[in-house]
Design a protein around this ligand. Sequence first.
Ligand code: TRP
Length: 330
Amino acid sequence: MKVALTGIKPTGIPHIGNYLGAIKPALELSQTCEARYFIADYHALNSCKDPDEIRRMTLEIAAAWLASGLDPQKVLFYKQSLVPQTFELLTMLLAFTPKGLMNRAHAYKAILQANGESGRDPDDGVNMGLFTYPVLMAADILLFDTDFVPVGNDQFQHVEMAVDIAQTFNFTYGKECFKLPQPIATEHSKTLVGLDGRKMSKSYGNTIPMFASEKELRKLVMRIVTNSQSVEEPKDPETCTIFSLYRNFAAPEQVEALRQRYLAGGMGWGHAKQELFEAMNAQLKPLRGRYNDLMASPRAILDALEEGSAKARALAETKIKALREIIGVD
Ligand code: TRP
Protein backbone atom coordinates (compact mmCIF):
# COMPACT_ATOMS: atom_id res chain seq x y z
CA MET A 1 0.00 0.00 0.00
CA LYS A 2 1.16 3.55 -0.77
CA VAL A 3 2.15 5.78 2.15
CA ALA A 4 0.41 9.16 2.56
CA LEU A 5 1.95 11.61 5.03
CA THR A 6 1.12 15.12 6.05
CA GLY A 7 2.04 17.53 8.83
CA ILE A 8 -0.29 19.92 10.59
CA LYS A 9 1.24 23.05 12.05
CA PRO A 10 -0.33 23.91 15.41
CA THR A 11 -1.04 27.58 14.77
CA GLY A 12 -4.41 29.32 14.72
CA ILE A 13 -7.75 27.81 15.70
CA PRO A 14 -9.02 25.23 13.22
CA HIS A 15 -11.53 26.80 10.83
CA ILE A 16 -13.76 25.34 8.15
CA GLY A 17 -11.14 26.16 5.52
CA ASN A 18 -8.76 23.77 7.33
CA TYR A 19 -11.53 21.22 7.58
CA LEU A 20 -12.61 21.25 3.93
CA GLY A 21 -9.16 21.95 2.50
CA ALA A 22 -6.99 19.66 4.62
CA ILE A 23 -8.64 17.44 7.22
CA LYS A 24 -11.51 16.01 5.17
CA PRO A 25 -9.48 15.19 2.03
CA ALA A 26 -6.65 13.69 4.10
CA LEU A 27 -9.09 11.45 5.96
CA GLU A 28 -10.57 10.35 2.63
CA LEU A 29 -7.09 9.50 1.38
CA SER A 30 -6.50 7.41 4.52
CA GLN A 31 -9.15 4.97 3.25
CA THR A 32 -6.88 3.87 0.40
CA CYS A 33 -3.38 4.61 1.74
CA GLU A 34 -1.31 3.83 4.76
CA ALA A 35 -1.70 7.24 6.39
CA ARG A 36 0.79 9.01 8.66
CA TYR A 37 -0.51 12.32 9.98
CA PHE A 38 1.39 14.30 12.57
CA ILE A 39 1.41 17.56 14.51
CA ALA A 40 4.38 19.62 13.31
CA ASP A 41 5.08 21.35 16.62
CA TYR A 42 8.72 22.22 15.88
CA HIS A 43 7.54 24.01 12.76
CA ALA A 44 5.41 26.25 14.99
CA LEU A 45 8.38 27.22 17.15
CA ASN A 46 9.78 29.44 14.40
CA SER A 47 6.92 31.85 14.86
CA CYS A 48 5.58 31.12 18.34
CA LYS A 49 7.65 31.44 21.52
CA ASP A 50 4.79 31.05 23.98
CA PRO A 51 4.97 27.55 25.53
CA ASP A 52 1.34 27.53 26.72
CA GLU A 53 0.19 28.60 23.29
CA ILE A 54 2.10 25.76 21.60
CA ARG A 55 0.67 23.23 24.08
CA ARG A 56 -2.87 24.53 23.68
CA MET A 57 -2.71 24.64 19.89
CA THR A 58 -1.25 21.14 19.75
CA LEU A 59 -4.17 19.82 21.80
CA GLU A 60 -6.76 21.74 19.81
CA ILE A 61 -5.44 20.64 16.44
CA ALA A 62 -5.12 17.02 17.58
CA ALA A 63 -8.68 17.13 18.95
CA ALA A 64 -9.90 18.62 15.66
CA TRP A 65 -8.49 15.65 13.71
CA LEU A 66 -9.84 13.08 16.15
CA ALA A 67 -13.26 14.77 16.23
CA SER A 68 -13.29 14.77 12.42
CA GLY A 69 -13.00 11.00 12.42
CA LEU A 70 -9.28 10.19 12.45
CA ASP A 71 -8.98 6.72 13.95
CA PRO A 72 -5.56 6.42 15.62
CA GLN A 73 -5.75 2.63 15.26
CA LYS A 74 -5.82 3.02 11.47
CA VAL A 75 -3.81 6.22 10.94
CA LEU A 76 -0.37 6.63 12.45
CA PHE A 77 -1.04 9.81 14.46
CA TYR A 78 1.93 11.38 16.22
CA LYS A 79 3.75 14.48 17.34
CA GLN A 80 6.89 15.50 15.46
CA SER A 81 8.75 16.47 18.65
CA LEU A 82 8.26 12.92 19.99
CA VAL A 83 10.12 11.45 17.00
CA PRO A 84 13.68 12.72 17.54
CA GLN A 85 14.98 10.79 14.52
CA THR A 86 13.42 13.62 12.52
CA PHE A 87 16.04 16.00 13.82
CA GLU A 88 18.92 13.65 13.16
CA LEU A 89 17.70 13.29 9.59
CA LEU A 90 17.40 17.09 9.38
CA THR A 91 21.10 17.34 10.23
CA MET A 92 21.97 14.81 7.54
CA LEU A 93 19.84 16.56 4.91
CA LEU A 94 21.31 19.99 5.65
CA ALA A 95 24.59 18.72 4.20
CA PHE A 96 22.81 17.97 0.92
CA THR A 97 20.83 21.20 0.67
CA PRO A 98 22.34 24.04 -1.35
CA LYS A 99 21.78 27.37 0.37
CA GLY A 100 20.59 28.70 -2.98
CA LEU A 101 17.67 26.26 -2.91
CA MET A 102 16.45 27.81 0.35
CA ASN A 103 16.92 31.32 -1.09
CA ARG A 104 14.29 30.40 -3.67
CA ALA A 105 11.58 29.37 -1.15
CA HIS A 106 8.41 31.44 -1.72
CA ALA A 107 7.72 31.98 1.99
CA TYR A 108 11.23 33.28 2.64
CA LYS A 109 11.20 35.42 -0.49
CA ALA A 110 7.89 36.99 0.54
CA ILE A 111 9.41 38.13 3.84
CA LEU A 112 12.50 39.54 2.10
CA GLN A 113 10.27 41.47 -0.23
CA ALA A 114 8.03 42.83 2.53
CA ASN A 115 11.13 43.90 4.47
CA GLY A 116 12.54 45.60 1.38
CA GLU A 117 9.29 47.46 0.73
CA SER A 118 9.16 48.82 4.26
CA GLY A 119 12.83 49.80 4.29
CA ARG A 120 13.93 47.21 6.86
CA ASP A 121 17.00 45.01 6.66
CA PRO A 122 16.14 42.23 4.15
CA ASP A 123 16.61 39.49 6.76
CA ASP A 124 14.74 41.27 9.52
CA GLY A 125 12.74 38.76 11.57
CA VAL A 126 14.11 35.75 9.68
CA ASN A 127 15.51 33.09 12.01
CA MET A 128 17.42 30.06 10.73
CA GLY A 129 14.48 27.80 11.63
CA LEU A 130 12.37 29.73 9.18
CA PHE A 131 15.11 29.79 6.56
CA THR A 132 15.66 26.03 6.76
CA TYR A 133 11.95 25.23 7.21
CA PRO A 134 11.78 23.26 3.94
CA VAL A 135 14.63 20.98 5.09
CA LEU A 136 12.83 20.07 8.31
CA MET A 137 9.77 19.38 6.22
CA ALA A 138 11.86 17.20 3.89
CA ALA A 139 13.06 15.25 6.95
CA ASP A 140 9.44 14.72 8.09
CA ILE A 141 8.54 13.37 4.67
CA LEU A 142 11.63 11.31 3.78
CA LEU A 143 11.92 9.64 7.19
CA PHE A 144 8.74 7.64 6.53
CA ASP A 145 9.22 6.51 2.92
CA THR A 146 6.33 8.69 1.83
CA ASP A 147 4.69 8.30 -1.58
CA PHE A 148 2.02 11.00 -1.36
CA VAL A 149 1.90 14.29 0.53
CA PRO A 150 -1.62 15.76 0.68
CA VAL A 151 -1.12 19.52 1.09
CA GLY A 152 -2.43 22.92 0.08
CA ASN A 153 -0.99 24.54 -3.03
CA ASP A 154 1.22 26.81 -0.93
CA GLN A 155 3.16 23.72 0.21
CA PHE A 156 3.88 22.24 -3.22
CA GLN A 157 7.20 23.98 -3.55
CA HIS A 158 8.32 22.54 -0.20
CA VAL A 159 7.52 18.99 -1.33
CA GLU A 160 9.38 19.61 -4.59
CA MET A 161 12.38 20.72 -2.54
CA ALA A 162 12.17 17.47 -0.57
CA VAL A 163 12.37 15.64 -3.91
CA ASP A 164 15.42 17.70 -4.93
CA ILE A 165 17.21 16.96 -1.67
CA ALA A 166 16.31 13.25 -1.83
CA GLN A 167 17.60 13.01 -5.40
CA THR A 168 20.91 14.62 -4.48
CA PHE A 169 21.29 12.17 -1.59
CA ASN A 170 20.34 9.15 -3.70
CA PHE A 171 22.71 10.23 -6.46
CA THR A 172 25.57 10.74 -4.03
CA TYR A 173 25.38 7.19 -2.67
CA GLY A 174 24.26 5.61 -5.94
CA LYS A 175 21.14 3.96 -4.56
CA GLU A 176 17.53 4.63 -3.69
CA CYS A 177 18.03 5.67 -0.07
CA PHE A 178 14.84 7.73 -0.19
CA LYS A 179 11.57 7.34 -2.05
CA LEU A 180 10.64 10.40 -4.08
CA PRO A 181 7.42 11.88 -2.67
CA GLN A 182 4.64 13.40 -4.73
CA PRO A 183 2.47 16.31 -3.56
CA ILE A 184 -1.28 15.82 -3.87
CA ALA A 185 -3.54 18.87 -4.01
CA THR A 186 -6.17 18.77 -1.30
CA GLU A 187 -7.77 22.11 -2.05
CA HIS A 188 -10.74 22.44 -4.35
CA SER A 189 -10.08 24.04 -7.69
CA LYS A 190 -12.44 26.77 -6.45
CA THR A 191 -11.00 28.40 -3.36
CA LEU A 192 -13.19 28.54 -0.31
CA VAL A 193 -14.49 32.04 0.37
CA GLY A 194 -14.70 33.63 3.80
CA LEU A 195 -17.28 35.88 5.47
CA ASP A 196 -16.28 38.91 3.38
CA GLY A 197 -16.17 37.10 0.03
CA ARG A 198 -12.35 36.98 -0.13
CA LYS A 199 -10.43 33.69 0.17
CA MET A 200 -11.00 32.24 3.65
CA SER A 201 -7.77 32.86 5.51
CA LYS A 202 -6.63 33.47 9.04
CA SER A 203 -4.73 36.54 7.85
CA TYR A 204 -7.94 38.17 6.54
CA GLY A 205 -9.84 37.52 9.78
CA ASN A 206 -12.78 36.17 7.74
CA THR A 207 -12.79 32.55 8.90
CA ILE A 208 -15.52 30.45 10.46
CA PRO A 209 -14.12 28.35 13.33
CA MET A 210 -14.84 24.62 12.97
CA PHE A 211 -16.13 24.31 16.51
CA ALA A 212 -18.07 27.54 16.96
CA SER A 213 -21.15 26.95 19.11
CA GLU A 214 -24.48 26.84 17.35
CA LYS A 215 -25.17 30.40 18.46
CA GLU A 216 -21.80 31.71 17.28
CA LEU A 217 -22.11 29.86 14.00
CA ARG A 218 -25.51 31.43 13.32
CA LYS A 219 -24.15 34.87 14.19
CA LEU A 220 -21.17 34.46 11.84
CA VAL A 221 -23.32 33.21 8.97
CA MET A 222 -25.67 36.18 9.43
CA ARG A 223 -22.63 38.47 9.13
CA ILE A 224 -21.73 37.27 5.61
CA VAL A 225 -21.43 40.26 3.32
CA THR A 226 -24.06 40.39 0.55
CA ASN A 227 -25.14 42.96 -2.01
CA SER A 228 -28.21 45.17 -1.60
CA GLN A 229 -30.57 43.32 -3.95
CA SER A 230 -34.20 43.25 -2.82
CA VAL A 231 -36.10 40.07 -1.95
CA GLU A 232 -37.99 40.05 -5.28
CA GLU A 233 -34.94 40.27 -7.54
CA PRO A 234 -33.51 37.09 -9.07
CA LYS A 235 -30.00 36.47 -7.74
CA ASP A 236 -26.81 35.09 -9.20
CA PRO A 237 -25.66 31.97 -7.31
CA GLU A 238 -22.25 31.98 -9.02
CA THR A 239 -21.10 35.26 -7.47
CA CYS A 240 -22.64 34.73 -4.04
CA THR A 241 -20.59 33.99 -0.93
CA ILE A 242 -23.50 32.24 0.79
CA PHE A 243 -24.06 29.93 -2.17
CA SER A 244 -20.39 29.22 -2.56
CA LEU A 245 -20.17 28.04 1.07
CA TYR A 246 -23.47 26.15 0.80
CA ARG A 247 -22.05 24.00 -1.99
CA ASN A 248 -19.53 22.55 0.47
CA PHE A 249 -22.06 21.51 3.06
CA ALA A 250 -25.29 20.56 1.30
CA ALA A 251 -26.16 17.50 -0.80
CA PRO A 252 -26.17 18.05 -4.60
CA GLU A 253 -29.98 18.06 -4.80
CA GLN A 254 -30.19 20.68 -2.02
CA VAL A 255 -27.62 22.79 -3.87
CA GLU A 256 -29.70 22.54 -7.05
CA ALA A 257 -32.89 23.48 -5.16
CA LEU A 258 -31.26 26.59 -3.70
CA ARG A 259 -29.90 27.52 -7.12
CA GLN A 260 -33.46 27.49 -8.50
CA ARG A 261 -34.66 29.72 -5.64
CA TYR A 262 -31.85 32.19 -6.42
CA LEU A 263 -32.77 32.32 -10.10
CA ALA A 264 -36.53 32.59 -9.50
CA GLY A 265 -36.30 35.62 -7.23
CA GLY A 266 -38.53 36.12 -4.20
CA MET A 267 -35.90 34.87 -1.75
CA GLY A 268 -34.08 37.31 0.55
CA TRP A 269 -30.50 36.99 1.74
CA GLY A 270 -31.79 36.16 5.23
CA HIS A 271 -33.43 33.02 3.90
CA ALA A 272 -30.32 31.94 2.05
CA LYS A 273 -28.26 32.48 5.19
CA GLN A 274 -30.71 30.39 7.21
CA GLU A 275 -30.36 27.54 4.68
CA LEU A 276 -26.59 27.79 4.88
CA PHE A 277 -26.58 27.83 8.66
CA GLU A 278 -28.72 24.70 8.79
CA ALA A 279 -26.58 22.79 6.31
CA MET A 280 -23.36 23.75 8.10
CA ASN A 281 -24.74 22.99 11.50
CA ALA A 282 -25.98 19.57 10.41
CA GLN A 283 -22.47 18.60 9.33
CA LEU A 284 -20.53 20.28 12.13
CA LYS A 285 -22.77 19.39 15.07
CA PRO A 286 -21.50 15.82 15.64
CA LEU A 287 -17.90 17.00 15.25
CA ARG A 288 -18.46 19.81 17.73
CA GLY A 289 -19.85 17.34 20.27
CA ARG A 290 -16.86 15.01 19.96
CA TYR A 291 -14.44 17.95 20.06
CA ASN A 292 -15.93 19.33 23.26
CA ASP A 293 -15.81 15.88 24.89
CA LEU A 294 -12.17 15.43 23.90
CA MET A 295 -11.14 18.88 25.13
CA ALA A 296 -12.91 18.22 28.43
CA SER A 297 -10.41 15.41 29.14
CA PRO A 298 -7.25 16.13 27.15
CA ARG A 299 -5.45 13.12 28.67
CA ALA A 300 -7.05 10.88 26.03
CA ILE A 301 -5.71 13.15 23.27
CA LEU A 302 -2.19 13.09 24.69
CA ASP A 303 -2.37 9.31 25.15
CA ALA A 304 -3.33 8.87 21.51
CA LEU A 305 -0.41 11.05 20.40
CA GLU A 306 2.06 9.30 22.69
CA GLU A 307 0.98 5.86 21.59
CA GLY A 308 1.21 6.85 17.93
CA SER A 309 4.58 8.50 18.45
CA ALA A 310 6.01 5.31 20.01
CA LYS A 311 5.03 3.40 16.86
CA ALA A 312 6.43 6.19 14.67
CA ARG A 313 9.75 6.11 16.57
CA ALA A 314 10.11 2.39 15.92
CA LEU A 315 9.66 2.90 12.17
CA ALA A 316 11.92 5.94 12.17
CA GLU A 317 14.69 4.16 14.07
CA THR A 318 14.91 1.42 11.43
CA LYS A 319 15.20 4.04 8.71
CA ILE A 320 17.75 6.21 10.50
CA LYS A 321 19.96 3.18 11.31
CA ALA A 322 20.14 2.32 7.62
CA LEU A 323 20.96 5.93 6.78
CA ARG A 324 23.73 6.14 9.40
CA GLU A 325 25.34 3.13 7.79
CA ILE A 326 25.04 4.62 4.30
CA ILE A 327 26.74 7.88 5.30
CA GLY A 328 29.30 6.23 7.56
CA VAL A 329 28.39 7.45 11.02
CA ASP A 330 27.36 4.02 12.40
N1 TRP B 1 4.56 23.19 6.28
C1 TRP B 1 3.25 22.60 6.44
C2 TRP B 1 2.23 23.72 6.61
O1 TRP B 1 2.57 24.81 6.99
C3 TRP B 1 3.22 21.68 7.63
C4 TRP B 1 4.17 20.54 7.48
C5 TRP B 1 5.27 20.32 8.23
C6 TRP B 1 4.07 19.46 6.57
N2 TRP B 1 5.89 19.17 7.86
C7 TRP B 1 5.19 18.62 6.84
C8 TRP B 1 3.17 19.13 5.55
C9 TRP B 1 5.41 17.45 6.08
C10 TRP B 1 3.38 17.96 4.82
C11 TRP B 1 4.50 17.13 5.08
O2 TRP B 1 1.06 23.50 6.39
